[in-house]
Design a protein around this ligand. Sequence first.
Ligand code: B3K
Ligand code: ZN
Length: 877
Amino acid sequence: PQTIYRKDYTPPSFLVDSVELGFDLDPARTIVASRIRMRHNPASSSRSIELHGEHIELVQVRLNGKVLKPSQYKLTASTLTIPKAPDEVELDIETILAPQDNTSLSGLYVSNHNFFTQCEAEGFRRITFFPDRPDVMARYTVMLRADKAKYPVLLSNGNLIEEGDLGDGRHYAKWEDPFKKPSYLFALVAAKLVCQEEHFKLADGRTVLLQVWVEEGNLDKTDYAMQSLKNSIRWDEERFGLELDLDRFMIVAVGDFNMGAMENKGLNIFNTKYVLANPRVATDVDYAGIEAVVGHEYFHNWTGNRVTCRDWFQLSLKEGLTVFRDQEFSADMIGTDTGRAVTRIDQVRTLRQAQFPEDAGPMAHPVRPDSFVEINNFYTVTIYEKGAEVVRMYQTLVGREGFRKGMDLYFARHDEQAVQCDDFRAAMADANDRDFQQFERWYSQAGTPVVKAASQYDAAAQTFTLTLSQSCPATPGQPQKLPFHIPVTVGLLGADGCDLSLIVDGVAAETNSVVLELTQAEQTFVFAQVKEAPVPSLLRDFSAPVVLQYDYSDAQLLHLFRHDSDPVNRWEAGQRLAMARLLKLTAAHAAGETLSLDDTFIEAQRALLADDTLDAAFRELALILPSETIIAEQLAQVDPHAIHAARQFMRRTIAEALKPELLAQYHANLTPGDYSPDALSAGKRALKNLALAYLLVAPGKEELALAQQQFDSAGNMTDRAAALVALIHSGDEAAAQAALADFYRDFSGEALVVDKWFAMQAAAPTTDVAAVRQLMTHPAFTLKNPNRARSLIFSFANGNPSQFHTQDGSGYAFWAEQVIALDALNPQVAARLARSMDRWRRYAPALQEHMRRALERVAAKKNLSNDVMEVVSKALS
Ligand code: B3K
Ligand code: ZN
């Protein structure tokens, strides 16, 4: 496989003014006629037309009306080149494809008898020959023709300008997109679907048509997606002054989809998981996911579509920014300060669970990568979540208003252009008169920076001196790193728990927190008029995606855990207290010692649990122990069984010690009445269900009865699923099996709920490889549907460490088999599963050996996709 480098970028030789596409849709033989008007790009020295095309049959190509002979062009498995073309060119190209055989779900494919497309990043070339690169932006007109009874709904980007019958049982629809766009934003849908629709008034007075399209029978699950879409439109108007630029905006749900959703211009296509919800089938987490993803795809209309990426190395330009926007949207929708903090804590957990490990592993890459083999492998937590952190840091450095000024300048400069991350950085710098030269390293250097803090209090001088130093571990291809520009938000707590007022390096801060800018390898900041020895609250609101090290004593952490005015750091103090204990317990277990837990931690948890002045959602987060994955990341050598045993011990000890409080909270946080997914109610359910989970760690009859009762009488999926998980983890195998059978019987017709049913079992520590293999024989299981494959196989490999990493290596052998089987169907999904082995070098030697063999077995497979090959060869290198 060939590596593609950012430094090799060259401008396109020809620019496209317009594209007319005609589709005669047939699952076995779809004919695509394309007319492309092109002109030579003065910025290019090449005169040859370079088109991409894959897995499609070329029927004919005409240039300015004349049929080209095969000698007049060069056709390879992935390109069509026409040398020495004139300045102005009209190309007519006819291709044939078989959507029903397309199991990769990239390009034009069939899902449950309906047609859908997915073109990002490079799927358009599976439909027709085209300069399939994001810096070629053109206007599209699309004519769709299909059987009317089978495909009554024909959709594409933009506006419907004509529709009618063709006489032979077929009909047509013609769509025109008024905006220039890159090919990756093209979409069509030809399907038997129904829609919920609404006319919606924009801030500028225009009325637009909003539609949510789903399969018949799912119409009762579209309300929340529609509501979220309307909220998104309003929010972008208010927060960023950005308006919907089309007369019509459509969301379409499809059951077979590689990722969450896709922002095609005016025609967003969604995984059903992020559209369909009603209280019976969807959990609070599902509702929050729908709000976030509907927002995310809608916000792409400006950050991604109107202003797009010059090349795929700039992917985070649109993804990091759009994730930041959807995060802010979700936070603003809750509206309260703690609500905002709760969303922030969730973001930090995701970073630690997934992004920090990526940044420390074989696939580590900068937010703006320098090379890749397969771009689809780079839709990563680094590009998305770390990218969002980078955008957030601008806002931390220049403030909300300054950030808005930067955004305004970005759109003023680059509307309808394909640009680079540097252009965004320049807009932020210029609008705020700031120097963001050094900030560029956040884009070019991979790895998670480590910030070490040390402090000294001088009682006589009343000064508090904080020394911050930074370093960043080596990552593949980057042995040495230069200092980053790191905003470190700091507050100081007095003995009474209140924030002290701050005077830093002679300047009085306006608020209780100050943003220190760490730009050197080491820097010292002096706080003046500090009347008492403070406890520093460092990296408030997680102001930078770094690992912060400070030698806190337990007493200091307990102080922060009780009093910090910054809820994120309050939570963080609890995590630090827990982590220190988990690491000790893990070592003790490995050494065969008996385990014990001190009262200090338990008492702190007891006080927090009973503190009704705190939001339930916050208390729930503060009570969750760091995950086994996050614990593993702290260790030079990972023993998954010791980690599991340590964490389970700690859970059991807490559960036993806090039983009365847990029961009290269980009952205090019931949410009777009609279900509502709002943050307050969801927070109560989360705390109540966490209490239930704890009570079921080592349950007696009463606790089992409580879970059973909740399972039987739950009025919503959040409570039902939580009760089922609690029963599965209770150790009462009979109760678990009975509940699982009931659940399946009640929900076998709901694909997304069946996914949950598989996922819960896959992640249970009682489920071993043999049990997963058994589940694969269930009639509802199929590898072909990505959601289903993820629910069982990914949940096992990534969510059940103590069973996946068994001593005999059978988990890894299973992994290798499934990667290979998936690769034959869907390389993108297979490559995601391949990532489960990223951290193999950190495991105990015996496990490592099994893991290496499993990786080698995959790497040795003939005809492996580039997708999987890139992942396993980087892991092995
Ligand atoms: N832009 C798409 C992701 C496409 C992934 C292609 N492998 C969804 C999103 O980020 O909104
Ligand atoms: Zn996105």
